[in-house]
Ligand binder design. Sequence first.
Ligand code: HXC
Length: 260
Amino acid sequence: AEYENLIVEQRGGVTLVTLNRPQALNALNSAVLEELITAFAAFEADDTQGCAVITGSGEKAFAAGADIKEMADKPLSEFYSQDMFSRWQSHLVCATRKPWIAAVNGFALGGGCELAMMADFIIASDKAKFGQPEITLGVIPGMGGSQRLTRAVGKAKAMDMVLTGRMMDAAEAESSGLVARVVPADDLLAEAMKTAAKIAAMPPLAAKAAKEVVNAAFENTLESGIRHERRMFHMLAGTADKAEGMAAFVAKREPRFSGR
Ligand code: HXC
């Protein structure tokens, strides 16, 4: 596919998706969304690809939000009739069963913070800044921010951020549980790609199952979540990669996974 707003590269088993509208701090307009849907569908369908990384071009921003210029003159009727922002959930989050990582290099604001939180986890540069400043524009988070931020950092910090619009720096984001790791800005992409390559080398059925059951923790009661986990474990016991992984351990050799 041809992309105007993204750079999409395959590096071994890892798909690297770079948001590429640096002149607008990678603001997420509808063209970016449609291209992301295409890129993620291709990633999901390609058996050679096991993990994706999404990052922002330039030094300054991961993504500074939904495109305010695109939203400024849009009436309520259009937001509602088009169910604006629903495609992020239905075509990116719910449709992507393979793991993907957000490598946040700078500002992740509004929809940019929400996009990062859609990833399975976030690796942040020490220069990253996170925020949900929508209230300053007369709106609120619209791509899951009020839900995912609250689950990630708890009510106190989520309310603080969503009501004041203030930003969190990388250190606060790490100590609050919003991001998995913080690394020096110069190492961000290498660290994210190395982590993604490690995941891409894992048995892919187990990777999908792992993602599914961790996400189930946000949907289920403890009892049904644990049952879901146990059933997925049982399912994996029937895979060739379980036989290979355990045989390789016992024989003290490297496993060779087949994806079956
Ligand atoms: C459209 C944007 C943009 C955005 C920045 N730009 N953010 N364009 N939508 N979200 C554009 C600016 O207009 C400018 O273009 C260029 O990018 C550089 O930005 P500056 O403001 O000149 O840079 P700076 O002074 O360094 O400030 C950086 C910043 C600021 C603090 C990140 O740009 C900012 O506050 N941006 C908006 C952040 C925000 O409110 N995000 C939430 C959006 S609402 P020109 O051509 O003018 O020079 C949202 C709703 C989510 O996300 C709901 C569901 C999606």
